[in-house]
Design a protein around this ligand. Structure first.
Ligand code: YYY
Ligand code: MG
Length: 140
């Protein structure tokens, strides 16, 4: 498997409860290296563009309002098969379905407030990384 990069967001429910360090520890324990990281306050326009693929879904408005309700930590994670590995460490979207030991099983509050975002494919990872980081900010 190839060395890969994926994009992650530690969401408002997690930053608010000071869970950033515990979540980063999960990434590192899984062999994912943080090659870029910053804490930002997302704007509504950024949240709407970032989650644009979901714009017709009933939860879109609530999702965007949630994403700007507190600062978030955006990161680029690097490792062997990083995209799939991160999805595994995150657990299922709904924490009720997430496997024990995963971030969402341990920390998420609900399907909407589920602590982390992770890219789902190489194409989305590339777009999402470029949306928040310049090449100079990625230090492998
Ligand atoms: O990639 P992932 O975050 O696991 O799920 P998506 O299906 O891409 O949905 C993005 C985001 O939308 C999810 O993390 C929470 C929210 N959401 C929701 O509030 N209610 C749903 N029924 C499905 C998704
Ligand atoms: Mg998704």
């Amino acid at each position: 498997m190839a060395l890969e990069r994926t994009f992650s967001i530690i969401k408002p429910d997690a930053t608010k409860r000071n869970l950033t360090g515990k979540i980063v520890a999960k990434f590192e324990e899984a062999g994912l290296r943080v090659v870029a990281s910053k804490r930002i306050q997302m704007t509504l326009a950024q949240a709407q563009e970032f989650y644009g693929v979901h714009s017709e879904r009933p939860f879109f408005g609530e999702l965007c309002e949630f994403m700007i309700s507190e600062p978030v930590v955006v990161q680029v994670l690097e490792g062997e098969g990083a995209i799939a590995k991160n999805r595994e460490v995150m657990g299922a979207t709904n924490p009720a379905d997430a496997a024990p030991g995963t971030i969402r099983a341990e920390f998420a509050e609900s399907v909407g407030e589920n602590s982390v975002h992770g890219s789902d494919a190489p194409e989305t990872a590339a777009v999402e990384i470029a949306y928040f980081f310049s090449g100079l900010e990625l230090v492998g």
